[in-house]
Ligand binder design. Structure first.
Ligand code: G4P
Length: 285
């Protein structure tokens, strides 16, 4: 893998993002971290626990429509075994969003009891959605907003631009998501984020991403590749297969050479849009 896996998270940008997050978290009782069901390890932010402290956290494995259902269930069981709430959803179709609302309500009951014991009665529970870019945070909030009857405006004591979406008498969701920084300490995770289009294409070359994605798929989902591109992959090198796919798809430039850019884009788009089927890149260890 190329050594040049570096991303557009400049120190200044990162510090500003963290500062805003820490500020917003002061208003929050329950945190919903949205991750990508295809890459739960690479898309989660391990640093965030330090800031969330004892606040309740719910993990949402979004884009479940693109992931292998059985593996998603394994992830959920793994989180459960660790005492972590995790729910798989499809934020863009709204599938299973009600389960998240129910879980928030359930957690709200627990928090409410603590509040009552402390003499804090009648205060709404506030929820914030956080996650790295492109996991579907905005789609998730929009889906919740559609179910909501009221948009709560600015309230005294709350930073001016904060808007809250009311999903229950006592539960409000911050309408802007909290941005987390992707974990880029690990090259394997960086590549997985790139497969899913989560880190910018300026960070890693598209042709390189597509090559490694194809290699991953040949090792883990060979039948999918054989069926989709109508080729035999046995005893062939990744590059040989890539060339074969390029010829089948007409990604050829004059002189009969492969148009690497074109075939790379085709493979990445077909994976990212689910045309290759439901594929999970990371399996619980
Ligand atoms: P963000 O706020 O975390 O940055 O993510 P955002 O909601 O903008 O979503 C990023 C992309 O993921 C969007 O696609 C969105 O439609 C897609 N997405 C969100 N939830 C789901 C889901 O459950 N399943 C699938 N398959 N896709 C989902 P886009 O290509 O950037 O835009 P568009 O296709 O919506 O125009």
């Amino acid at each position: 893998m190329n050594e040049s896996v570096n991303i557009n998270w400049y120190p200044g940008h990162m510090a500003k993002t963290k500062k805003q997050l820490i500020e917003d978290l002061k208003l929050i009782d329950i945190v919903v971290e949205v991750i990508d069901a295809r890459i739960p390890e690479a898309s989660i932010n391990p640093d965030i626990q330090e800031y969330i402290k004892e606040k309740t956290k719910i993990i949402v494995l979004n884009k479940a429509d693109l992931a292998d259902e059985n593996i998603t269930q394994k992830w959920i069981q793994m989180y459960k075994a660790q005492g972590i709430n995790a729910i798989a959803v499809e934020a863009n179709s709204g599938k299973n969003m009600q389960a998240v609302v129910n879980k928030i309500k359930e957690e709200y009951q627990k928090i409410k009891e603590k509040y009552i014991q402390k003499g804090r009665i009648g205060k709404a529970i506030r929820v914030m959605v956080i996650g790295i870019p492109n996991v579907g945070k905005s789609t998730f909030i929009n889906s919740l907003a559609k179910r909501s009857t009221t948009k709560v405006g600015n309230k005294p004591g709350v930073t001016k631009q904060k808007q809250w979406i009311k999903i229950d008498n006592n539960i409000e969701i911050m309408d802007t998501p909290g941005m987390l920084w992707p974990r880029l300490d690990n090259k394997e995770y960086a590549m997985h984020l790139a497969f899913c289009g989560t880190i910018g294409e300026s960070a890693i070359d598209n042709e390189e991403i597509a090559y490694y994605l194809l290699e991953y798929l040949l090792n883990n989902y060979p039948q999918t590749i054989e069926e989709r591109y109508n080729i035999d992959t046995k005893n062939k090198e990744t590059m040989e297969i890539l060339e074969e796919i390029a010829r089948k798809r007409g990604a050829i430039i004059s002189g009969g050479n492969i148009n690497m850019q074109k075939i790379s884009d085709i493979i990445l788009n077909e994976f990212r849009s689910g045309k290759l089927g439901r594929i999970t890149i990371e399996i619980p260890r």
